[in-house]
Design a binder for this molecule. Structure first.
Ligand code: B1M
Length: 209
């Protein structure tokens, strides 16, 4: 992975204020928005995810890197839309019904965006029917369910059931502090990730399977 480019390095270090100028320098050098995303942003966030997974950085550093990435996307997103560039995959994500915790879910959403996945974030306390509606509306290929409370784990089961009963077949990934891969198997989810860094690898494996 390449972190030697100044833009990638600034994102990894969370140097938000330096990012717009570095993006402009790439544009002036003739790089397309898509090239910048694929060659500087995605690798930078992959390194951030790897460092987080290995406990080399923690939640604050990750949020700071995410803020830096957002500065770049602010400039690049309108250019991507204008150029008709669409992300390769899309995903719907939310914290399940009854659960208001969103810090972990937001980190996963941010890492997925960093991997060039178009993420539709439904927020917190999301009822199963709302997941079903969003998957249909966006023809989502991946769904992420987050839960932080043991008492809201059953809402994950209900959500998986509602999605399958609606005849929808996106890959379903679950996560959150009380969640395990055994629980994912038990409720018929397709995958599980223990942290936001692993959530990218797991999502890619599911999307490409
Ligand atoms: Co709450 N809370 N909380 N809380 N809270 C916990 C979860 C708790 C463990 C605290 C404790 O008692 N020690 C406990 C749950 C106990 C249990 O169920 N076993 C608890 C409780 C009981 C409650 C309330 C019931 C308290 C009350 O009102 N009596 C209440 C419930 C409200 C509700 O949801 N209905 C409540 C409320 C709150 C606040 C609103 C005050 C606040 C949430 C603010 C917010 O999210 N905007 C809050 C917080 C902050 C916490 C703790 C302290 C921190 C959670 C957090 O953000 N961690 C938490 C204790 C703790 O964990 N130390 C606690 C950081 C975050 C980065 O980690 O969310 O685990 P995490 O996400 C990780 C992974 O889990 C994974 O990746 C993330 C990044 O690595 N991951 C996924 C998460 N989602 C994923 C999805 C994936 C893949 C990976 O795929 C789709």
């Amino acid at each position: 992975m390449n972190d030697s480019h100044p833009l990638s390095a600034a994102i990894i270090a969370g140097k938000r204020k330096e990012v717009p100028e570095l993006v402009q320098a790439c544009i002036s050098a003739g790089e397309s928005a898509q090239f910048i995303v694929e060659n500087h942003l995605v690798p930078a966030m992959a390194i951030v995810g790897e460092k987080f997974k290995n406990n080399e950085i923690f939640v604050p550093e990750m949020l700071i890197a995410a803020r830096a990435m957002k500065e770049a996307l602010k400039i690049l997103e309108p250019m991507l839309v204008e150029a008709g560039v669409v992300a390769e995959f899309n995903a719907v994500i939310g914290t399940v019904e009854g659960d208001l915790h969103d810090i972990g879910k937001n980190l996963v959403a941010m890492m997925w965006k960093g991997a060039n996945i178009d993420v539709i974030d439904l927020g917190v306390n999301v009822p199963p029917a709302k997941f079903v509606e969003a998957i249909r509306e966006h023809n989502a290929k991946l769904v992420g369910l987050s839960a932080l409370l043991t008492t809201t784990m059953p809402a994950m089961r209900e959500t998986v059931k509602a999605i399958r009963e609606a005849g929808l077949t996106p890959k379903i990934m679950i996560g959150g502090a009380p969640i395990t891969s055994e629980y994912a198997n038990e409720i018929g989810a397709d995958g599980y990730a223990s942290d936001a860094g692993s959530a990218v690898d797991a999502a890619m494996a599911l999307l490409k399977s």
